[in-house]
Design a protein around this ligand. Structure first.
Ligand code: FMN
Length: 447
């Protein structure tokens, strides 16, 4: 386990709700999610709580796999608004000084040069606080929005993503640290011997260069990844500096932690240089009783259609074609091209080789607060501490039941308790995200 104190990352959505679709119906949810001030307020709360990073997930489509239609999505507000997260991140970065800012971006639907330039620019504009969550995207809605007929097959997405990473990192490392001169007297702007051209030609992708953004204050943006299938973990082992996991129990988190670290080692990298953060959704207050009262409000919010819609989205399968208690066929299970983790976990935990839609709903908990951790400051801190102490993760991706209230509660009640126990830092270690995460700043020396 790493020496760095527990890492905390806010799991944000640039949309009308948190990743709990029902959150917009919560009495305390702010509704001005189309305003910069909404996101700035969340950023200020996270920075007050010394969170390491505000991180945005992303999808390039609203959930419309269920019934092959978007009407229910829009009517019930099931994550149907999605702003461009990198643009939103800039507004948050301008309202903060130390908070890291990370966003998801797809390797399947963008060009690597574009992604390399966007995140390098974000890193320059935030003085070294940027991170990129690498995803390969999941479903046909995204494919159709981006001019393709369907999502590519699961493992092929990762094969292509390997080349994508070679290009992005290649470009990020094409300017030496000291390439810029900017000497008005000699007239030399930069040392040409210190700016290389990539000239990359792979099986799937090509990119020439030279890259147009010099090295950034933290060397290059931090790379995050959340692949959880065998192929996804292999990819994370090769590339990720921060890994997100969503293990629902301590035992599965420990197994996942060991598996990701083994993949990092197998890729010839030091597992201690990769930080693994597990998903948690806390419901807290001044006491356990207050947290339980809050949970009672929350459990009344989700609708079954929220769950079915999100599950159809992430598995890339239309659950409206099946009865809730009708077993999935072998062909249907084998043909799922979305998140394989949900499929594999449901088969394992239901004990059925052909689970039903209801099994999927129950075991994945998509769209509900079933997997929330409820308690006062001590109980929540105990929960987080038990994961860190038993080698299940290095930190947490903290999901919110509603915003900004859930983060305000966590920062007011839980963060001081974690700090009192010496589990969480009292202040930021430095100006860059790498310093705060305990990651080395990579260096490019040339010439
Ligand atoms: C905390 C967390 C955040 C994620 N955010 C996104 C996201 O924003 N967009 C996305 O398409 N997938 C996201 N994923 C899904 C992963 O990228 C990955 O596809 C998923 O965990 C399944 O693993 P696999 O691709 O190896 O099958 C996220 C996963 C986790 C655990």
């Amino acid at each position: 386990m790493s020496e760095t104190p527990m890492l905390l990352i806010g799991f944000l959505q640039a949309q009308n709700c948190t990743n709990l679709p029902a959150s917009w119906r919560h009495p305390d949810s702010r509704t001005d999610f189309l305003s910069a001030e909404y996101y700035r307020e969340i950023a200020r709360i996270l920075e007050r709580g010394k969170f390491h990073m505000a991180f945005f997930d992303d999808r390039l489509a609203m959930p419309d796999r269920y019934g092959d239609d978007h009407q229910h999505t829009v009517e019930y507000g099931i994550r149907c608004v999605k702003l461009d997260p990198v643009v939103v991140l800039m507004t948050m970065a301008m309202a903060t000084d130390r908070l890291g800012v990370g966003s998801t971006c797809s390797t399947t639907y963008y060009e690597p040069f574009h992604v390399a330039r966007m995140f390098a620019t974000l890193d320059q504009m935030t003085a070294g606080r940027a991170a990129w969550n690498v995803v390969t995207s999941l479903n046909d809605g995204e494919a159709l929005n981006m001019g393709r007929a369907s999502a590519p097959a699961h493992d092929e997405r990762y094969d292509r993503a390997d080349e994508f990473m070679e290009i992005v990192l290649g470009h990020w490392q094409s300017w030496a640290d000291d390439a810029l001169i900017v000497d008005k007297v000699s007239g030399r702007f930069a040392d040409a011997s210190k700016v290389a051209r990539l000239d990359y030609a792979g099986q799937f992708l090509q990119s020439r260069g030279p890259f147009t953004v010099p090295r950034t204050p933290q060397g290059q943006p931090v790379v995050i990844q959340a692949g959880q299938s065998g192929r996804g973990r292999r990819f994370a082992g090769r590339w990720a500096e921060v890994v997100f996991t969503s293990a629902p129990t301590l035992d599965s988190a420990r197994a996942g932690y060991a598996a990701v670290r083994a993949e990092v080692g197998a890729a010839g990298r030091d597992p201690d240089n990769v930080k693994i953060c597990n998903l948690v959704m806390p419901v807290t207050g001044v006491s356990r009783a207050e947290a339980e009262d809050k949970m009672a409000v929350l459990t009344r919010l989700p609708l079954e259609v929220d769950q079915l819609s999100l599950l159809s989205e992430s598995l890339n399968f239309d659950f409206s074609r099946k009865g809730l208690d009708e077993p999935m066929s072998d062909e249907e299970l084998a043909g799922l091209t979305g998140q394989h983790t949900h499929r594999d976990r449901t088969i394992a935990l239901s004990g059925k080789s052909n689970p039903t839609a209801r099994d999927f709903l129950k075991i994945t908990g998509r769209g509900t607060v079933d997997q929330a951790v409820v308690g006062g400051p001590r109980e929540i801190a105990d929960h987080l501490e038990s994961y860190i102490a038993s080698g299940a993760c290095d930190g947490f991706v903290v999901a919110a039941t509603h915003v900004p209230g859930a983060y305000a509660d966590f920062v007011q009640h839980v963060v001081p308790e974690l700090q009192r126990r010496g589990l969480f830092h009292q202040d930021y270690e430095g100006p860059t995200l790498r310093e705060n995460l305990g990651l080395a700043t990579p260096s490019v020396v040339r010439g």
